[in-house]
Design a protein around this ligand. Structure first.
Ligand SMILES: *Cc1c(COP(=O)(O)O)cnc(C)c1O
Length: 229
């Protein structure tokens, strides 16, 4: 087994163990391999090992890999900060976007999504830590944003995503993820059909699984440490 293949198995085993421990069905949790900064050859190796979904943070870099690996039938998720002037490239190249945090970006993505493709699958990024510098919509603005995004014709609103401030303590990790899950449940109670909670990374995926993650986004534990982030 290559290192990537072994790492993938180890991460899947962590997800499985956490699901068991916290009473979740492992089939309800999918692994997004975050391949930012790694070349297409590395993504190909993970794909050969059976990984299908990949996350990218940088538009140019991601679009180049998507073009190069187009024949592999992979699913591509954009998870990085979004600028309006890149909306067209994202809407054309990617299947999912996790980092929608304002209406203007959502409208651009909807306008730019080609009719020949399925609707762009979208999560709203929420600032669960409340830090001023963090991207993501504030909790107070989430409900109105979600109900507006749900009406855009070329997007399909699937759920919520968060990147909590990194902490060591498991109970603290769970607390941030619980805030996201509770917001998700309130949105569903208000009538939105949502099925995706994108939360948890290499260091905190167990806490995210415990709180209901349906997609965990893992880079380092699969590919190793990045030289840039
Ligand atoms: C880089 C990144 C990840 C993966 O983080 P690791 O700590 O390497 O697992 C997940 N989500 C987002 C939004 C990222 O930018």
């Amino acid at each position: 087994m290559t290192t990537i293949s072994a790492n993938l198995q180890a991460v899947l085993a962590r997800i499985f163990a956490a699901a068991r421990k916290y009473g979740r069905n492992p089939d309800d949790i999918s692994l997004l391999a975050v391949s930012k900064t790694w070349p297409a050859s590395v993504v190909r190796e993970a794909a050969v090992a059976g990984q299908q979904a990949f996350g990218e943070n940088y538009v140019q870099e991601g679009a180049a890999k998507i073009a190069e690996l187009g024949s592999l039938g992979l699913v591509w998720h954009f998870i990085g900060p979004l600028q309006s002037n890149k909306a067209k490239q994202v809407a054309t190249a990617f299947d999912w976007v996790h980092s929608v945090d304002r209406l203007k970006i959502a409208e651009r993505l909807s306008e730019q999504r080609p009719d020949s493709l399925a609707p762009l699958q979208v999560c709203l990024q929420v600032n669960v830590s409340g830090e001023k510098s963090k991207s993501g919509t504030l909790m107070d603005d989430l409900s109105s944003l979600a109900h507006r995004v749900a009406l855009l014709p070329r997007l399909k609103l699937r759920g919520l995503m968060a990147i909590p401030a990194p902490v060591e303590d498991f109970a603290q990790q769970r607390k941030s993820f619980r805030r996201l899950r509770e917001a998700f449940e309130r949105l569903k109670e208000s009538g939105l059909l949502l099925d995706t909670l994108s939360m948890g990374m290499s260091h905190d995926l167990e806490a995210a699984v415990a709180e209901g993650a349906s997609i965990v986004r893992v880079g380092t534990a699969i590919f190793g440490a990045r030289s840039k982030s």
